[in-house]
Design a protein around this ligand. Structure first.
Ligand SMILES: Cc1cc2nc3c(=O)[nH]c(=O)nc-3n(C[C@H](O)[C@H](O)[C@H](O)COP(=O)(O)O)c2cc1C
Length: 525
């Protein structure tokens, strides 16, 4: 506002000066009131002068009043000139500032636009480049990426309660939200046991998929075989929660689940539905397996399926429970397991005694054999034993197994022992069975003893503390034809499976073995 007033004053004073300096031109009195208040006095004086201008021109010019007015006006003009300069300077400064600001804002806008464009451009380029690269990489590389990517979710699972994490993992596998192994197993890992071809000897142990809800997804991870159960005849809840305790520092778990099971009928329905599906998948497969690759086979479609049978907690007749399991579930199984080694069902482990075991196996074998079987014959029957057995117990079991021509033994279940350093942790006080790394040595020791006692005549599945290909290799050298794991898989997730298989193949090649079969029991020769 101040600058505007200054400009207006400047304009009027300029006009006034002009008129004074050229007195021939009469200034219209009527225009003077327009002049600002600063100029009222001057205009008055001017009007006085105007009156005097009626006098002859020379006389008026030489009058002292006129001279004084001229001087005053000159002073005013000088003032105005200064003000004009100041205004000019200020206007210049303001304009410059304005320019600077606009320029700054423009540059800022340009920069952020550039940044945004850069980001969008980079994302699109990455997507295009990623897509283009993914389309050029072979299926095997892509599959490897997917398996490795599953490691990213491990910390999230570790954060959850053990049983919640397990439930989530099973749900993911049942819905196919897990990677599918598309790479053929190395041919050195293929082997035949009980007339069934395994593309690799690494299996998932019982207890992970107790109710057979995720068989397809789990086999799809690349396990050579998956064992479901333990399944009890009548549904039961198992022990109260919490009942699974992690001991991450030692790569171990203590559990006292106590055979939580949906029961044989529910599992049979599920396996029946999958049976059709898996059969269909096998017969409609259009891609023939390469020559050096062992084809998946088995009653229930691609991949080998074991069914692990348990007994109800309150049941008085253990044998009757296992017989019921055989009647209802054996038609879906590539092999059957009698689990008599869980430490969480009272009295169960007593069934490992010589006489009880003999009676039990006889009854179950009879139940299986009296069923109608096709060309393939009945599924092989195995017994799963504990790692907490004396030398005498092992000798008894070996004798019964040989006498009754038992098809196999799984060695071992969890241990009730708390070896060092497990015993130093507070969680060691929880009752239940210990699994994972601390179980590796005791279970491998009795596996080896049993291999020697049975003179290598009975296929053994080595289970307990396997977390690497080297561990699996040690089990095989100790006498295992096949290997199972649970705890390491619970900690390591799907990425562990291809890793173990690759490491095992390396171990075999390193020591000059041409197949898994050649390495079985190598430590006893
Ligand atoms: C939480 C949990 C539940 C289990 N449930 C069963 C089961 O129902 N039946 C069975 O035979 N073994 C069961 N097991 C034992 C495993 O099958 C396996 O024998 C044992 O964990 C040793 O293997 P690992 O050290 O690789 O875990 C269970 C193990 C765990 C950790």
């Amino acid at each position: 506002m101040g600058s505007r007033k200054l400009v207006r004053d400047l304009f009027l004073s300029k006009q006034l000066l002009h008129q004074l300096i050229q007195p021939h031109h009469q200034v219209a009195e009527s225009r003077l009131p327009l002049i600002s208040s600063n100029w009222v006095s001057s205009s008055r004086r001017f009007s006085v002068r105007n009156e005097s201008s009626k006098k002859p021109e020379g006389e008026a010019r030489s009058s002292p009043k006129f001279k004084q007015s001229i001087n005053e006006l000159k002073e005013k003009a000088a003032e105005l000139k200064l003000a004009k300069e100041e205004l000019k300077m200020r206007t210049k400064q303001t304009t410059e500032n304005l320019y600077k600001r606009v320029d700054g804002a423009w540059k800022e806008a340009e920069a952020s636009l550039k940044k945004g464009r850069l980001l969008t451009g980079a994302t699109i380029s990455l997507l295009i480049a990623g897509g283009a690269y993914a389309s050029t990489v072979d299926e095997a590389t892509f599959c490897g990426w997917l398996f490795n990517a599953t490691k990213l979710v491990n910390p999230f699972f570790a954060f959850l309660d053990a049983e919640v994490a397990h439930h989530l993992a099973i749900t993911a596998a049942s819905r196919g939200w897990v990677p599918r192994e598309k790479r053929p197993d190395p041919s050195i890992l293929g082997l035949e046991v009980w007339g069934r071809k395994f593309s690799n000897p690494i299996g998932l142990a019982a207890g992970f998929d107790k109710n057979a809800v995720a068989v397809e997804g789990l086999l799809g991870l690349g396990f050579g075989f998956v064992e479901v159960g333990s399944v009890t005849p009548i549904p039961q809840d198992g022990n109260p929660k919490p009942r699974i305790f992690r001991l991450r520092e030692e790569g171990a778990i203590i559990n006292r689940c106590g055979f939580n099971s949906e029961g044989i009928v529910s599992v049979a329905k599920r396996l029946g539905a999958q049976h059709g599906k898996r059969k269909l998948a096998e017969s409609t497969s259009t891609s023939p397996a390469p020559d050096d690759e062992v084809k998946h086979q088995g009653k229930a479609g691609p991949g080998i399926l074991g069914v692990n049978l348990g007994k109800n907690k309150t049941s008085e007749d253990a044998a009757a429970d296992y017989v019921q399991g055989v009647h209802t579930l054996s038609q879906y199984a590539d092999y059957l397991v009698i689990n008599i080694s869980s430490p969480n069902t009272p009295g169960l482990r007593k069934l490992q005694g010589r006489k009880q075991l003999k009676d039990l196996i006889k009854k179950v074998q009879a139940a299986r054999d009296e069923m109608q079987w096709g060309e393939e014959g009945p599924p092989p029957l195995l017994v799963k034993i504990a790692p907490d057995l004396s030398k005498q117990d092992l000798e008894d079991i070996a004798a019964v197994a040989l006498t009754l021509r038992l098809d196999g033994l799984i060695i071992s279940n969890t241990t009730i022992a708390r070896p060092d350093p497990v015993s130093t942790y507070p969680v060691a006080g929880e009752s239940g069975g210990l699994s994972g790394k601390p179980l590796f040595t005791p279970s491998t020791t009795i596996l080896n003893e049993m291999y020697i006692l049975t003179r290598g005549r009975i296929p053994l599945i080595g289970c307990g503390g396997v977390s690497s290909g080297e561990d699996a290799y040690k089990k095989i050298r100790a006498g295992a034809s096949l290997v199972q794991l649970y705890t390491a898989f619970a900690y390591g997730g799907p990425a562990l499976i291809p890793q173990i298989k690759a490491e095992l193949a390396e171990c075999l090649e390193r020591d000059g073995f041409k197949s898994v079969h050649e390495a079985i029991g190598a430590d006893c020769r």
